[in-house]
Design a protein around this ligand. Structure first.
Ligand code: FHN
Length: 477
């Protein structure tokens, strides 16, 4: 009887516990029902926002990504001394002569009186850029010396007020660019060695990165920003605002973010480089993270070793060893190097911004003209292997580089195979056709598919000694 009683209690306790557990599960399911949809909606909304933002950025940057090739122009008063001060050659890049030569401001100002580039013809410059296959021009509206190439209303330190030339160089360029369908872009230095509220008082070391100017905010609010407003209001749609000189102590990431918003407020479609803020990793140029302001990274005088999926970047590079004109710098890169650099950069998904430093007369040195012509000749035949392409899906093959577009691979052959067989490391691809881009008839080249490679039979002689492009159409999109 006692046993029966005991079992009865056990049944009651177990049933009660089971009931409690069931209640708990139902309650937590209810709770889940209450939270889950809200969380899900929140996630979906933030995902959607990110997607929309990415789509808007993609649309804004489409022309820039397609263009792949632009001209950088460093031009200003430093072209007058052209690397020589008081009869002595000054070490370093030409546009830094004010800092490297420790030239006092009043003395440097004298160069403005000598700046009379009567040979300047905006149309010629734009034609040369376009002829080389370049889709955009980035010109120094203001470099570190603070001198302005346009008619600025907030200073006399510009081409209209301080020089005998008295022509708005940016206005003339904007008209020529519009006429020839080339995008005009401005390089603008945040650092300013001439402005008293910026780095002018740091003479003789204008580039002192430890010093601060207590009036720097006044420079930003009453000078830098109004000048940006002039540039983005009076010269039509501008492709890129390309900032530089952001390493000074007084410039901060919040200031960079504020400037980014300010510029986009003036021209919503504009593209802005990462030097607007403090994110760039030295000359490597890429941003430390997505947290920093700017639309694209800016490697300087170097090409990243590999492509960087999902990252927009542009290598800027000189043709010799200076950005601004130096009369005695003859250390020119060959056309071969420049053409292969362009292919190399495109094969890694980047843009190439190639510099020219015009003379004080407003002309491109002959060595520059020659290289632009050579690049133009190559681009006239092979442009489609650069424009609108994306990074190589097969890395860096030993014979050269590869770019991609839709169902096409562009094989940039730097080293033409002596045995007439070009091996392409492509596993499982079904070749539809292969032909030389230089061949107007597009005659098919025989392709044999192996396990991990496609082998293309090519003519004995390379169509181009620098970079012969073979188009390989596959069934892989
Ligand atoms: O100091 C400048 C230099 O003069 C030149 O303008 C280059 C071009 O990218 N950027 C700077 C240094 O990063």
């Amino acid at each position: 009887m006692r046993e029966k009683h005991g079992r009865h209690w056990i049944v009651i306790v177990v049933t009660a516990l089971a009931l409690l557990a069931a209640l708990f599960i139902v309650a937590s399911c209810q709770q889940d029902k209450k939270i889950a949809p809200a969380e899900k909606t929140a996630m979906t909304t933030s995902e959607q926002t990110a997607k929309t933002e990415q789509a808007a950025k993609d649309a804004r940057m489409a022309w820039w990504r397609d263009g792949r090739f632009g001209m950088f122009i460093h031009w200003g008063l430093y072209a007058v001394p052209a690397g020589t001060y008081k009869g002595k050659r000054v070490d370093g890049i030409g546009e830094w002569i004010m800092n490297n030569g420790k030239i006092p401001i009043t003395e440097y100002e004298q160069y403005a009186r000598q700046f009379n580039p009567i040979g300047f013809n905006a149309d010629d410059w734009v034609r040369m850029a376009k002829g080389a296959g370049m889709k955009y021009i980035v010109i120094t509206s203001k470099h570190h010396d603070g001198f302005c190439l346009w008619d600025s209303k907030v200073t006399q330190w510009d081409v209209m007020d301080a020089t005998p030339f008295k022509r708005d160089i940016l206005k003339e360029l904007s008209q020529a660019c519009k006429q020839h369908g080339v995008k005009l872009c401005f390089y603008h230095s945040i650092m300013d060695w001439h402005h008293p509220d910026a780095q002018a008082p740091f003479y003789p070391n204008y580039n002192d990165t430890k010093q601060s100017n207590p009036n720097f905010d006044r420079y930003v609010d009453t000078y830098l920003k109004p000048q940006i407003a002039e540039l983005l209001t009076n010269y039509g749609p501008i492709g890129v605002m390309w900032f530089d000189g952001e390493w000074i102590k007084d410039w901060t990431e919040p200031k960079g973010k504020d400037m980014y918003a300010y510029v986009r407020g003036l021209q919503p479609k504009i593209v802005i480089n990462n030097r607007v803020g403090k994110g760039r990793k030295g000359m490597e140029g890429l941003s430390k993270s997505d947290e920093y302001a700017g639309d694209f990274g800016t490697p300087e005088q170097q090409i990243p070793p590999t492509g960087l999926p999902g990252v927009d970047w542009e290598t800027c590079m000189t043709m010799n060893d200076t950005w601004g004109y130096k009369s005695y710098d003859e250390n020119w890169k060959s056309s071969e190097t420049l053409i292969r650099n362009l292919a190399d950069i495109a094969s890694k998904g980047g843009n190439f911004l190639l510099n020219v430093g015009p003379t004080p007369e407003g002309l491109f040195p002959r060595a520059i003209e020659q290289r632009l012509e050579d690049m133009g000749t190559w681009m006239a035949v092979n442009g489609q292997s650069i424009y609108g392409t994306t990074a190589s899906p097969i890395g860096r093959p030993e014979w050269g580089r590869c770019t991609a577009k839709g169902d096409r691979l562009y094989l940039h052959v730097f080293n033409w195979p002596a045995d007439g067989k070009l091996d392409v490391p492509l596993a499982g691809a079904k070749p539809v056709k292969a032909y030389l881009l230089a061949d107007r008839k597009r005659a098919s080249l025989p392709v044999a598919a192996g396990q991990d490679t496609l082998t293309i039979s090519v003519p004995a002689k390379a169509p181009d000694a620098i970079d012969s492009v073979i188009v390989l159409v596959t069934n892989n999109k």
